[in-house]
Design a protein around this ligand. Structure first.
Ligand code: FAD
Ligand code: DHB
Length: 395
């Protein structure tokens, strides 16, 4: 039975697993408690784009092998609007940066395999109910594992339990501040056994709504369509999805262009919102990843923000263990929040610039097109997008 650990980690998503690996490499012990079973966590379809900082951290903790074999380096994205295509070239606009297309499902599989093979305990089906004594020297995690109530005492607790987790509840109301925004649309996301019809990701704005063409491998496409909130995937038979994607990706210069089609193997509606909880620390409890902040997905930031939080936190724990100083731990919330708010701004900008807002007047719709034209025509506006998309270095 587990009684005590240095760092108790709630949640075995990308944030919790990466933190556990980074701590393990530094000789700091931890326990990861994950409420779901392994198969569920490994198959949950989510993000697909890794920034350099995330890639570097995965390599540094030994999880780079499959990523370096299967990941696809992308040097740019395409913006489509007004029936035209514009490429944003990352390396020339950012001093050499690019991104890696490698699915979150694969990142999670790699981290779980490593952790089970050579890390500290990682318990599946261990549901945390509460964190107690966050502002004491010995915080406690209360959880149920295999039907039994358990308690884990910790030097520190890290809530990596996503947007519906319980760790955030341990921040008392008087110190907790939340900021949020909702959007009047969702995404219908599909996976298809079809080779991607585009060499790089395509972000398409059209009067019919936004569409995104991404990929998981040279034979699997990942595609998204803007749909109204509350959409039932059952109202979108496969033929309707392909027809709508073709219409939104249409190019005036190439009217015969069509997506390559294939069997649709997954179909889900994803609502979107922006949310930040501040501060990201209370006493000996730290929040990381979606437990502290949510971004709408158009900027491809959610997974990367989760990774940068735990990289910053791991450095702080390593400083504490090596020197006894808490300087970096004390700065954790402020350090992360600077990056978080930049990503919140960029994600909101990408979302509102690319989607068709049902509440917009014709005037606002023309402003949106003007903004897109500015990005296409101006090097500095393209560079602004490229720098944000590829992510700032951690320093
Ligand atoms: P999570 O991945 O949510 O992991 C949290 C973990 O904690 C989960 O495994 C959960 O089971 C566990 N947990 C929760 N409560 C408890 C508890 N009480 N006890 C124990 N364990 C608990 N980002 C993009 O950039 N692009 C995308 O296309 C994209 N698509 C997304 C689609 C969906 C449906 C969602 C929800 C998110 C998407 N994101 C996307 C965001 C990105 O996937 C997240 O930002 C990323 O998963 C954050 O990682 P995390 O580890 O912080 O949280
Ligand atoms: C993917 C998702 C995103 O939200 C995005 O901006 C780019 C790619 C993806 O799932 O591949």
């Amino acid at each position: 039975m587990l009684r005590h650990t240095t760092v108790g980690i709630i949640g075995g998503g990308p944030a919790g697993l990466l933190l556990a690996r980074l701590l393990h490499r530094a000789g700091i012990d931890s326990v990861v408690l994950e409420s779901r079973n392994r198969a569920y966590v490994e198959q949950r379809q989510r993000a697909g784009i890794l920034e350099q900082t995330t890639v570097d951290a995965l390599r540094a903790c030994g999880a780079g092998e499959r990523m370096d074999t299967l990941g696809l380096v992308h040097d740019g994205i395409e913006l489509r609007f007004d029936g035209r295509a514009h490429r944003i070239d990352f390396p020339s606009l950012t001093g050499g940066r690019s991104v890696l297309v490698y699915a979150q499902t694969e990142v999670v599989k790699d981290l779980i395999a490593l952790q089970l093979d050579q890390g500290g305990p990682l318990l599946f089906e261990a549901e945390v109910h509460a964190v107690e004594g966050a502002d004491t020297e010995r915080p406690l995690i209360r959880y149920t594992h295999r039907g039994r109530e358990q308690t884990l005492s910790c030097d520190y607790v890290v809530g990596c339990d996503g947007s519906h987790g319980v760790a955030r509840d341990a921040l008392p109301e008087p110190v907790r501040r939340t900021y949020q925004r909702s959007y009047p649309y969702s995404w219908l996301g599909i996976l298809a056994d079809a080779p991607p019809s585009y060499p790089e990701l395509v972000y398409a704005h059209s009067p019919r709504g936004f569409a995104l063409g991404s990929m998981r491998s040279p034979t699997v496409s990942r595609l998204y369509l803007q749909v109204p909130n509350g959409t039932d995937p059952a109202d979108w038979p496969d033929e309707r999805i392909w027809g709508e994607l073709d219409a939104r990706f249409a190019l005036r210069a190439d009217p015969d262009w069509r997506l390559r089609r294939g069997a649709i193997t997954a179909k889900a509606v994803l609502p979107m919102r922006s949310h930040v909880t501040e501060p990201m620390r209370h006493g000996r409890l730290f929040l990381a990843g979606d437990a502290a902040h949510i971004v709408p997905p158009a900027g491809a930031k959610g997974l990367n923000l989760a990774a940068s939080d735990v990289i910053i936190l791991a450095r702080a724990f390593i400083q504490l263990s090596e020197t006894g100083t808490t300087e970096l731990l004390d700065a954790y919330s402020d350090t992360c929040l600077r990056r978080v708010w930049r990503a919140e701004h960029f994600s909101c900008f990408m979302t509102t610039t690319l989607h068709t807002d049902p509440g917009h007047s014709p005037f606002e719709a023309r402003l949106q097109l003007s903004q897109l034209a500015r990005i296409a025509d101006s090097r500095s506006a393209s560079a602004e997008l490229a720098e944000n998309y590829t992510g700032p270095p951690l320093g």
